[in-house]
Design a protein around this ligand. Structure first.
Ligand SMILES: Cc1cc2nc3c(=O)[nH]c(=O)nc-3n(C[C@H](O)[C@H](O)[C@H](O)COP(=O)(O)OP(=O)(O)OC[C@H]3O[C@@H](n4cnc5c(N)ncnc54)[C@H](O)[C@@H]3O)c2cc1C
Length: 264
């Protein structure tokens, strides 16, 4: 490691004010991405602002059909929460499929969403449900938030405080894991809303994206039968040593069928 200043903050206003003062500073949540990036010298922030001691950033709250998860809530907490399981089973399932136990105990929903890794799971859940990202300065719909690989609509000093979801009729997430990293080679989140279906894919492109032809097919018939004749194009999909674009296109269809079959 190399020297940096570590700022322990206890509220959002203090964190944001420090970030404005030190423009090159980085917020740290669970460090599950940031520490790796720093070890590899891909980023060398001179100032780190810890969000771990800000009580208002953690916790899970359900009010009717609205589920709100604080940015610092760990994946393990989301996976274990009966409130999440009852309100939006697909999000509970997704959190339990992230990485391994150690990463789930440290990694946070806010860190995952802010990082927008192209193979991360939460972006698919947020886009599939068109969740709302609540920051210290505004509310952003998921449709407008994920801009590209590791790129979001967040401004330089903007801090994610929580994520708000509206419960669909049914939802589920299916993931074909990379056997080593456990990131998604392809992950598909499906959600059924009244008169509408939403389908979001991670792992297959430069950033999470919606699958409109599958959404159309599921809107009137939310069942695996509706997907039988669908052909997913490999154009523009990721291709690497582990999975080429044709294979990923095939996996998208399989994961979509699996998710629809599991949806509750
Ligand atoms: C071995 C390994 C396997 C993994 N496998 C998976 C997987 O299968 N699926 C998956 O989805 N993820 C996976 N991850 C990533 C993991 O889920 C973490 O959630 C993710 O890396 C973010 O980590 P973090 O919450 O600790 O955020 P950090 O690493 O602390 O921060 C990540 C970035 O977000 C910014 N940030 C953090 N919090 C906020 C906030 N509230 N507001 C604004 N910016 C913020 C930070 O400045 C930093 O740039 C894996 C990670 C590891 C190390």
């Amino acid at each position: 490691m190399y020297p940096f200043s570590f700022h322990q903050t206890t509220n959002v206003a203090q964190s944001v004010s420090l970030k404005k003062e030190h423009t090159e500073a980085k917020f740290i949540a669970g460090g599950q991405s940031l520490i790796g990036v720093m070890k590899l010298r891909l980023d060398k922030p001179a100032q780190i602002i810890n969000l771990g001691a800000i009580p208002e950033l953690s916790g899970i709250c359900v009010e009717g059909k609205t589920l709100t998860i604080g940015a610092m809530t760990r994946h393990a907490q989301v996976a274990a929460s009966e409130d999440v399981k009852n309100c939006i089973p697909g999000i509970s399932q997704l959190a339990g499929l992230i990485a391994d136990r150690m990463v789930r105990n440290m990694g946070t929903i806010g860190g995952s969403v802010a990082n927008n890794d192209p193979a991360a799971d939460y972006p698919a859940g947020l886009l599939g449900l068109n969740a709302t990202i609540i920051t210290n300065q505004r509310e952003i719909k998921a449709d407008d938030f994920f801009l590209g690989m590791f790129e979001t609509a967040l401004e330089a000093s903007e801090l994610i405080q929580s994520i708000r979801f509206t419960a669909p009729i049914k939802s589920a997430y299916a993931k074909f894991k990379h056997p080593a990293s456990r990131y998604a080679v392809v992950g598909v989140f499906v959600a059924q809303f009244p008169g509408e279906a939403r389908v979001a894919v991670t792992g297959a492109g430069s950033s999470v994206f919606r699958l409109t032809e599958v959404e159309k097919a599921l809107a009137s018939n939310f069942s695996a039968d509706a997907l039988e004749t669908i052909r997913i194009s490999a154009d523009g999909l990721n291709s690497d040593f582990f999975a080429d674009s044709e294979y990923r296109a095939h996996l998208i269809k399989l994961m979509a069928i699996q998710a629809v079959n599991q949806a509750k």
